[in-house]
Design a protein around this ligand. Structure first.
Ligand SMILES: NC(=O)C1=CN([C@@H]2O[C@H](COP(=O)(O)OP(=O)(O)OC[C@H]3O[C@@H](n4cnc5c(N)ncnc54)[C@H](OP(=O)(O)O)[C@@H]3O)[C@@H](O)[C@H]2O)C=CC1
Ligand SMILES: O=C(O)[C@@H]1CCC=N1
Length: 268
């Protein structure tokens, strides 16, 4: 198999590292290219044994998959690089937010099968939650599903649902990290040192994650198990509700979804 990545940044590297660590592809089956940052991808060549190149003919020749992993704003230049070299057998996979299948096919000037995948950087630890949607001519989906499942879980959605998935899980882990960041800052305000605040928050998050994974009970039940009648948790939760946590999160997700819709309309 040959998989070529146009872009080797945060998202692409989480994917190819996840795939290699899970041994669904060999490093020599991966080809990387970037715009100008040679040092970064030479580092991946050195560390992982993947191929790197800037010659588009070499990159695209006999490729089974080309992964579009630049920012959406850079896609027109990426399309310019690929257009004259794409072969009939090559399936196009895009992880770009917002960029529609139709736009991808038009810019590439081909009708090659396209799948849009919206992963997240948890792919690095094989825990991406990815949405996937296909062009109608995308056959033999099982191989791609196997590749994508090597770094996490996937849900198949209609293309117009990708905006929601992008907000919920593409951007979603950043929203959670931001909450953890603010939580740690609040611990400092409470009187802990910065080091203690980070240590406490980090282990709280890891422990809570393991409980979610291993306890087999819902978020709500986990919360109720901590909340004593008239106790400290109840007092804290009342304040959290009073400050409108649900409203804040809904506003957050809608802002991300709206931005995905703007990108799909070409509003860079
Ligand atoms: N980060 C995330 O958590 C997620 C990101 N995504 C999507 O993934 C995509 C990439 O995001 P992210 O990895 O964060 O971005 P980065 O900025 O980390 O990486 C972008 C990569 O694209 C490369 N690139 C830019 N222009 C070209 C070009 N003309 N030819 C080849 N490569 C090019 C850059 O090369 P160079 O370094 O040389 O400029 C870089 O390697 C975006 O479309 C985003 O919507 C989706 C889900 C989650
Ligand atoms: O911020 C972004 O636009 C990308 C898409 C989802 C996560 N990162």
């Amino acid at each position: 198999m040959k998989i070529t990545f146009y872009g080797a940044g945060n998202m692409a590297s989480a994917i190819f590292i996840g795939m290699i660590e899970n041994q669904v592809v060999k490093p020599e089956e991966i080809f990387l290219t970037s715009k100008s940052n040679k040092e970064k991808i030479l580092f991946f060549k050195e560390k992982l044994g993947v191929n790197v190149a800037w010659d588009d003919k070499e990159l695209m020749e006999d490729a089974d998959y080309v992964i579009l992993a630049s920012k959406p704003q850079n896609f027109p230049e990426v399309a310019d690089r690929i257009r004259d070299h794409i072969e009939e057998k090559t399936k196009v996979i895009s992880v770009m937010a917002g960029t529609q299948i139709n736009t991808i096919q038009t810019e590439l000037g081909t009708n090659n099968p396209v799948a849009r995948v919206m992963p997240n950087t948890n792919a690095m630890v094989q825990h991406s939650m990815s949405g996937i949607t296909y062009s109608s001519n995308f056959k033999d989906r099982d191989e791609l599903v196997e590749l994508m499942e090597s770094y996490g879980k996937i849900v198949e959605v209609e293309e117009d649902e990708m905006h929601n998935i992008t907000a919920a899980t593409g951007s979603g882990s950043a929203f959670l990290y931001y909450i953890y960041e603010k939580y740690a800052e609040s611990l400092i305000e409470l009187g802990f040192s910065e080091q203690q605040a980070m240590f406490l928050t980090k282990n709280l998050v890891i422990g809570a994650g393991k409980m979610v994974e291993e306890s087999g009970i819902t978020f709500s039940e986990l919360r109720k198990n901590i909340t004593s009648k008239n106790g400290t948790t109840e007092a804290g939760l009342e304040a959290l509700d009073g400050d409108g946590i649900r409203k804040i999160l809904t506003t957050t997700l809608n802002a991300a979804k709206n931005r995905s819709e703007e990108i799909s309309r070409g509003e860079n």
